[in-house]
Design a protein around this ligand. Structure first.
Ligand code: GUN
Ligand code: ZN
Length: 440
């Protein structure tokens, strides 16, 4: 079988390093949590990782003639995971002057109306996927719109690019423009048809997608629960406890439920494949229930700051051992870049007197994100047999980055500066299943 090797500085994670900041050596450094090789080799076979280690150990094991691709002044890492993003919201990114509920009415719903046209959906999906790849994101959990065509469009483009992606049709039967509303029965049937057509095909998976509690009747949430029972290996994605006015609204719409999470719980929507975006204003009971059900949260700092929703409690997620991934939440979020997302996550932590080490941040962007999507057996690091989706980060991407990185005395400092100053310019290459992607 033909092998290819990529040689350069390599970092990947095996476990959550929590807030560890120390890396004692600046050379090869292998711990329970990460493997760092100053001069490393990533050996691929037919699109999968065969081996990853120090060049000094692995070069001699390669059959003669194995092509070796050298990556200088850069860092090879697993591709980034975006645990929450809306592809139909590309054109509302950076919209002025609103918070969540007005933002939906003013900017988002009008943009989503256009996705009844599959052709339009494919154009935007292609643009969106180019944006993800230029930003080093290789897997995402993605919202479509209420139109099943939007999901057909997205999966068609993602399949062509051989990507590992999860997407779903929005279920929404109230409190939205009529043209964006389905019904409990039609949302069930359309979701079921999409699951049959796409779930498990190529590297694609389906997510049952009630938008959020206010836009689904109890009957529709029942249908979402029915889908989760009938197709136990599909995902569930929705929004949870993002904005205080939204939370108040949910408590008046669902007076019988004891809290926001309980609305979803009551309909059987919690579990290992359930990913709740935001989760900013949660009670300890809700954190405990997320833990009990092994549900995940997508931490979306750019969005939480941009649309003024609040500060996510990463400390609570840690206290209750709730799995967390990073989400850009474009178009509520103002950047496709996971590096920028980390930058804002760091500041959210600072404002709460807490910390986010550069190692933890990159763990969340890779293996942590993969775990939040229950995909850690196939992506997230360079263990043998994983799919070879990876990025090459560029320490010299800008004059400032180059200047500042040269002052760094350790890998820890270099990683931190890369996160604080980096964006799509710091993504030199993105590889999918061992194939280099052409970036914008
Ligand atoms: N809550 C319900 N819908 C949305 C959405 O599209 N974006 C965000 N950020 N929150 C939501
Ligand atoms: Zn969202």
């Amino acid at each position: 079988m033909s092998l290819t090797a990529h040689r350069g500085e390599i970092l990947h994670f095996l476990n959550d390093p929590t807030n560890t900041v120390r890396m004692d050596a600046d050379d090869t450094n292998v711990t329970d949590c990460w493997h760092y090789f100053k001069d490393g080799l990533l050996v691929l076979e037919a699109g999968y990782v065969r081996n990853c280690g120090a060049s000094a150990d692995l070069l001699k094991t390669l059959p003669t003639g194995t092509p070796i691709i050298e990556h200088r002044h850069g860092l090879i890492m697993p591709g980034f995971v975006d645990a929450h993003v809306h592809y139909p919201q590309c054109e509302v990114i950076g919209a002025y002057d609103t918070q969540l509920l007005d933002w939906l009415e003013t900017h988002t719903f009008p943009a989503e109306l256009k996705f009844s046209d599959q052709q339009y959906g494919e154009e935007i999906a292609a643009f969106f996927i180019d944006q993800l790849l230029s930003n080093g994101t290789t897997t995402a959990l993605v919202f479509g719109t209420v139109h099943p065509e939007s999901v057909d469009a997205f999966f068609t483009v993602a399949e062509r690019r051989k990507l590992r992606m999860i997407c779903g049709k929005v279920m929404m039967d109230r409190h939205a423009p009529k043209a964006l509303c389905d019904t409990p029965a039609s949302s069930y049937q359309q979701s079921r048809d999409l699951i049959r057509r796409w779930h498990g095909r190529s590297r694609l998976s389906y997510a049952v997608t009630p938008r959020f509690a206010p836009t689904s009747s109890p009957e529709q949430l029942d249908m979402a629960g029915r889908l989760m029972r009938e197709f136990p290996d599909v995902y569930l994605q929705t929004h949870l406890s993002e904005n205080l006015k939204e939370c108040e609204w949910v408590s008046t719409l669902f007076p019988e439920q004891k809290d926001y999470l309980d609305v979803y719980d009551h309909h059987g929507l919690l579990g290992r494949r359930s990913v709740f975006a935001h989760g900013i204003h949660l009670s300890d009971d809700e954190w405990q229930r997320l833990h009990q059900t092994d549900s995940s949260i997508a931490f979306c700092p750019t969005s939480n700051l941009f649309i003024g929703s609040g500060l996510f409690r990463l400390d609570k997620a840690d206290e209750y051992h709730v799995s967390v991934g990073l989400g850009t939440d474009v178009g509520g979020g103002d950047s496709f870049s996971i590096l920028r997302t980390i930058n804002e996550a760091y500041k959210v932590q600072q404002l709460q007197g807490d910390n986010l080490s550069p190692f933890r941040a990159l763990y969340l962007a890779t293996l942590g994100g993969a775990k939040s999507l229950n995909l850690e057996s196939v992506i997230g690091n360079f263990e043998s047999g994983k799919e070879a989706d990876f990025v090459v980060l560029d320490y010299q991407a800008t004059k400032l980055l180059d200047f500042r990185i040269k002052k760094c005395k350790s890998i820890m400092e270099r990683l931190f500066v890369l996160q604080m100053l980096g964006d799509d310019r710091a993504i030199r290459e993105t590889w999918i299943m061992g194939e280099k992607q052409i970036l914008d």
